[in-house]
Design a protein around this ligand. Structure first.
Ligand code: CA
Length: 315
């Protein structure tokens, strides 16, 4: 099977992440799926936004001075949609305003808006019609416990939006992903979605979500448990390899033994994992050595070309 290409936050290597231009670019670069990270507004609207706060990718601090919490952050859940729609999205910056990826798109105001999930579905389904494609949706629910503490059911609301678009069906080109195993169990057992569920795998040191033991999750016993509720796992690239950074670890085989898909994150041409001398070598390691079923890429055109070339070589 040909591995799938998931455009990570759109074509985020080229345009500000999760903006509609980045989605259009990813679509035309031939992504199989485009990723949506979901965070809710105060009035409960699913937004396509990576962080639960707004200052890292927008001008919220300038437009809404005083609306930050004690920790200095401007949380999306403290703003209604009509306020969020006044913000301009730009390239991701650090706390002191420096570009996180200095060689990417410049940090400039182009009056780009944070899309809602519904708006992004309208765009992608429109492009699927006009371009004759079936590009899919790869939807991550961010920080469900944080949303629950604010009285919001992010999984239920996200699924409602997909349902209204006719996308909560077995045939729909949609994956649901989450770091929180409780949310995936809830989606399967209580919300009874037929959509495939991907358990994202982090590291215990990240403490996100708190209390989830990812070391255990990657063990044989842990994967037995994941296979009870999920259809696949989403490990980050270093987990695919031994400490030397290049010999494949047991993880992919152990997942495949349990019929779990493996979709890894994140291929970045301008931020290589240790042990790989260039982007081609990294992609060869991930697709040809580790043999994953798919990968998130910030550079969908480069990953499209790589996947199509391995396919040609094996034909
Ligand atoms: Ca994500």
């Amino acid at each position: 099977m040909k591995p799938i290409l998931i455009a990570h936050r759109g074509a985020s290597g080229y345009l500000p992440e999760h903006t509609l231009p980045a989605v259009v670019a990813a679509h035309t670069m031939g992504a199989d799926y485009i990723e949506q990270d979901i965070v809710l507004s105060r009035d409960g609207v699913p937004l396509v936004l990576h962080d639960i706060y707004l200052e890292t990718t927008t001008d919220v601090a300038r437009l809404f001075p005083g609306r930050q919490r004690q920790d200095g952050r401007f949380y999306a859940i403290d703003f209604d949609l009509h306020e969020i729609k006044t913000l301009s999205v730009r390239e991701r910056t650090t706390a002191d305003g420096k570009a996180v990826f200095p060689d990417r798109f410049p940090v400039v105001d182009m009056a780009l808006r944070i899309p809602t999930l519904a708006e992004e579905i309208t765009l992608i389904s429109g492009l699927n019609q006009s371009r004759g494609t079936q590009t899919g949706y790869y939807v991550e629910m961010k920080a469900p416990a944080f949303h629950q503490a604010a009285g919001q059911d992010i999984a239920g609301i996200t699924l409602d939006t997909l349902e209204q678009a006719g996308l909560n069906t077995k045939a729909a080109p949609v994956f649901l992903q989450c770091f929180d195993p409780n949310t995936l169990r809830y989606l399967k057992d209580e919300l009874r979605t037929p959509l495939p569920l991907i358990q994202l795998v982090g590291e215990n040191g990240w403490s996100d979500p708190p209390g989830v033991d990812f070391q255990m999750m990657r063990s044989e016993l842990g994967l037995d448990e994941v296979a009870r509720y999920a259809d696949g796992i989403g490990p980050w690239i270093p987990q695919l390899f031994e400490k030397d950074g290049m010999t494949p670890s047991r993880l992919v085989r152990a997942a495949h033994d349990r019929n779990l898909l493996v979709h890894t994150y994140t291929l970045r041409a301008d931020s290589l994992e240790a042990g790989f001398e260039d982007f081609e070598a990294l992609q060869a390691g991930v697709f040809s050595e580790a043999k994953v079923d798919g990968a998130f890429s910030d550079f969908p055109d480069l990953t499209r070309r790589f996947i199509d070339n391995i396919q040609r070589r094996s034909d």
